[in-house]
Design a protein around this ligand. Structure first.
Ligand SMILES: [Zn+2]
Length: 476
């Protein structure tokens, strides 16, 4: 979350800085020579020429590299500074020196030869001692030109249940083409450190395992696992913990690794075993929310061609208020947090009728449902409450209710009437329904409630959007 917001803040600063009178380097020519693979990030010399003039590194521009460790196409991003602005890009190739050095790192590979395995072991030995000159020189050049970190891509295999992690975007894309789901960046690793994380493959279960523990690695190899070399490195400064969980019921995908305590706790709550810290990252994971698709149900409104205005009071009509708030929540969820959200009023008068909204959400491929309502009382009641289904709630509804209820109560600040359950069709989880919660924001016929709500409407919308983001991070 912090990272995500920081990204936007940085974007704004960069945008403001462009208002200065500077020369754009967009049309500059950027030349980089192809490189030979070393196993470590490579930061080659870059020559930037604009209108026949060679620009000066770190005065006129800065350089960032990505995908610059493994064999494939590496990217160079040159960003103007000083008297220059804008961005220019180039690519270069990283190649193996000879064909016999090549290794097949793909996780579904079952044909890795002993020869390749011993090659992995050799590259491990040379990196751990740090004695080869090629590793030393590339590390030196990296330190002088760029922050040496690596985004670790996280992928999920919906068939085997395995999570897989790689720093190689080509490998990621290859797996996505095979049907794996990209889940964003699991964590940010240092490009190098004194603590390697060993990667192993179990040819029988088709599962990978990763460990910093030399003895665990040796043990797994002795019982038939294949050592695949160093996957990445652990941060020696222990900046961010990467939690490890074990699923005692799974064959493939027995371990999961995450920087998100919420995801760790969620898995433990459904039967996984917490195994503490697997290793350390230099920064948290990012955007593990691409699988999430929230169905935001604006309560009441159009239903089978009939307009249901819901409750009314204090000069407000419930259906108008639920629609207005749903759109605001969706706006913040999309623009601040990059979430996918469907608002059922997106379809205007053809809006699906109340009793079919669960089915509609499922049919659209949504992963959770949040229904927004305003309460009504004949006896002057005040405050916020939430509901899950009392009989048919999806087993993950209660945890979703906790996230969203807390977001509502803490942002609005009215009396907390509690987390409740009742037989409400839209939050039913029967027939494999979705995790679902209904929020009663406050009492529409209590003018005090509504005056507080109207003052804080944007704050509430932002808090609910952040709640959805937290839910998405926890796997909803
Ligand atoms: Zn209602």
């Amino acid at each position: 979350m912090g990272l995500f917001l920081a990204f936007f803040a940085t974007g704004k600063i960069a945008w403001a800085a462009e208002a200065k009178a500077t020369t754009s380097i967009e049309n500059a020519s950027v030349s980089v020579e192809d490189q030979t693979w070393t196993g470590s990030p490579i930061a080659p010399d870059v020559e930037v020429t604009l209108n026949g003039q060679v620009l000066t590194a770190n005065t006129d521009y800065s350089v960032d590299f990505s995908n610059n460790t493994d064999v494939g196409t590496a990217k160079v991003v040159v960003t103007g500074m000083g008297n220059y602005s804008g961005v220019a890009t180039a690519t270069f190739n990283i190649k193996k020196q000879t064909e016999e050095d090549s290794t097949d790192d793909s996780p579904d590979s079952s044909t890795q030869s002993d020869e390749t395995l011993s090659d992995s072991t050799r590259s491990f030995s040379s990196q751990s001692t740090g004695s080869t000159s090629s590793v030393d020189s590339s590390e030196l050049s990296i330190q002088s030109s760029t922050t040496a970190t690596v985004d670790m891509y996280r992928l999920y295999n919906p068939n085997s249940g395995e999570h897989f992690y790689t720093k190689d975007s080509n490998e990621r894309d290859y797996l996505v083409a095979l049907g794996w789901t990209a889940e964003g960046v699991g964590w940010v690793a240092p490009a190098s450190s004194s603590t390697p994380v060993y990667r192993l493959y179990n040819p029988n279960a088709g599962d990978h395992h990763y460990t910093v523990d030399w003895n665990e690695k040796e043990h797994l190899v002795s019982v038939g696992w294949r050592y695949e070399g160093i996957g990445w490195y652990s941060d020696d400064a222990h900046t961010v913990a990467v939690y490890r969980q074990y699923n005692p019921n799974a064959v493939a995908g027995a371990h999961n690794f995450t920087t998100l305590k919420a995801e760790n706790d969620n898995l433990v709550s459904i039967g996984w075993r917490s195994e503490g810290v697997g290793w350390y990252a230099v920064a948290e994971g990012k955007s593990l929310v691409s699988n999430s698709y929230i169905y935001l149900d604006a309560g009441h409104g159009w239903s089978s061609g009939i307009y249901d205005s819901g409750a009314s009071g204090s000069g407000y009509i419930e259906a108008q208020q639920t629609s207005e708030l749903a759109y605001k929540v969706a706006y913040y969820a999309r623009t601040w947090y990059g979430l996918r959200v469907f608002v059922n009023t997106d379809e205007g008068s053809s809006k699906v009728s109340y009793e079919y909204r669960q089915a509609d959400a499922k049919q659209r491929g949504c992963t959770a449902l949040v229904s927004i309502h305003f309460n009504w009382s004949s006896d002057g009641a005040t405050g916020s409450e939430s509901y899950i289904h009392s009989i048919n709630a999806n087993y993950r509804s209660a945890a979703l209710q906790t996230i969203m209820h807390t977001s509502l109560v803490s942002s609005l600040g009215l009396f907390d009437r509690g987390k409740k359950s009742w037989q409400i069709a839209v939050v039913s989880g029967k027939n494999n329904g979705l995790p679902a919660v209904l929020l009663e924001i406050c009492y529409i016929n209590n003018s005090y409630d509504m005056s507080v709500y109207k003052l804080k409407e944007d704050k509430v919308a932002q808090a609910l959007a952040k709640g959805l983001y937290n839910a998405a991070q926890a796997g909803y």
